[in-house]
Design a protein around this ligand. Structure first.
Ligand SMILES: Cc1ncc(COP(=O)(O)O)c(C=O)c1O
Length: 387
């Protein structure tokens, strides 16, 4: 049985439908109380358990280091990849600002490229045009869970000697040619923040096949202390430690990892239920004059959000129409080059980004979403277009 966390108002017929609702069941509550019972609240054996489950879920020969957020995962992944002052890292402007801030945290400069009009993923030609002698890495985003053109990204990286740090924060469980994103390639990062497909309340991880980089990441995660990871994985502390490297306090605690463990056990169920909602939405909206759906089939997508495009400058009117029906929506994203702090960053022309940001709309999508809410969202959108 799932006890979903919902505000009381949502129990009535016209209750508000939030964009995000976490799926927290009594199974999660049980894992949490068990974790408290162990009496070791900080990073420990449950953190290791969560990491091993992530590695097993993704498949391949991958190793996993969990962190306290997806942003800190991106930060230390970049450091482990050798990114630092004087370097440049390319990522789309159409992305969450966590990536751009993570690049800045390393002392490197972020350079922003455009996206494709179809999958809203990184536009390879626009990224390639930005490559210069200082370019060291590229961060592609799998927007909303839809895989980006990964083969082209890796081909670009190989031709120019770049590291690839995949932002898989929207795409935990999405696949490319049957292989899960993060199970292959260079480095991938994920987020388990409160609204992601699986949550550890706040949390993230880095995935790589390189043992030397795993060592480095473990030091970067825990203040550069040498023996801490091995002993903490056994719910113990070392008192004769040395500090061997630069480091931050970015670890994931046992308590939060226990929530992650409870959630990853149900990830397939969550993904299947979300895919079904996305396919219902797309079947209902595809063909409506004035709308553009991103996908009809979600077979290879672990959908974090359901995003569609509202054409002809009618997005704000649709938002009002849905608000009147008590349906909340979101907008992913305000492009990062529009933010004050990043306005002067080097970037490519942004014709697709500039157009898309006025069109994208995020509809409610939840794991185990109630049928009545799916129908109300579909009716809300269709009635606006007279469909
Ligand atoms: C695309 C993307 N990258 C990175 C992050 C950062 O993850 P976190 O919130 O866990 O720091 C997010 C979070 O929303 C995200 O959507």
């Amino acid at each position: 049985m799932t006890v979903t966390v919902r505000p009381p108002a949502q129990r009535t017929g016209n209750d508000k439908i939030p964009v995000f609702v976490p799926a927290i069941g009594i199974d999660t509550m049980k894992h949490l109380t068990d974790a408290f019972d162990v009496g070791w609240l900080g990073m420990g054996a449950t953190t290791k358990d969560f990491e091993e489950r992530i590695a097993a879920y993704l498949g391949g020969d991958r190793m996993v280091v969990c962190t306290n957020t997806g942003t800190s995962a991106l930060h230390i992944a970049l450091l482990a990849a050798g990114i630092g002052p004087g370097d440049e890292v390319i990522t789309p402007s159409f992305n969450y600002v966590a990536d751009h801030q993570a690049v800045r945290m390393t002392g490197a400069s972020v350079v922003m490229c455009d996206i494709n009009d179809d999958d809203l993923g990184i536009d390879i030609a626009s990224a390639e045009a930005l490559i210069g002698p200082r370019t060291k890495a590229i961060i592609p985003l799998h927007f909303s869970g839809i895989p980006c053109r990964s083969a082209a990204v890796y081909d670009l990286a190989r031709r120019h000697g770049l590291r690839v740090i995949e932002d898989g924060c929207h795409a935990f469980g999405s696949t490319i040619d049957g292989a899960k994103i993060g199970s292959f390639g260079d480095i991938a990062c994920f987020s388990f923040d409160p609204v992601k497909i699986i949550t550890s309340i706040d949390g993230g991880c880095i995935v790589t096949s390189n043992p030397a980089e795993i060592d480095k990441l473990q030091h970067l995660r825990l203040l550069g202390v040498d023996k801490d990871t091995t002993l903490r994985y056994k719910n113990k502390r070392a008192w004769d430690y040395d500090v061997v490297d630069e480091g931050y306090r970015y670890h994931l605690t046992n308590i939060l990892a226990s929530i992650g463990v409870s959630q990853i056990k149900r990830v397939d169920e969550f993904i299947a239920s979300r895919r079904a909602v996305c396919e219902r939405y797309s079947a209902a909206f595809d063909g409506i004059d004035g709308l553009r759906v991103l996908r009809r089939s979600y077979d290879d997508v672990s959908p974090f959000i359901y995003s569609l495009r509202v054409l002809g400058g009618r997005r704000e009117a649709l938002i009002e129409h849905l608000a009147a029906r008590n349906i909340e929506v979101g907008i992913h994203f305000v492009p990062v080059h529009k933010h004050t702090y990043f306005a002067r960053a080097r970037r490519s022309p942004m014709p697709v980004t500039e157009r898309v940001v006025d069109e994208v709309l995020t509809l409610p999508l939840h794991s185990l979403q109630p049928e009545a809410w799916i129908e109300r969202v579909i009716e809300g959108v269709q009635s606006f277009f007279g469909a």
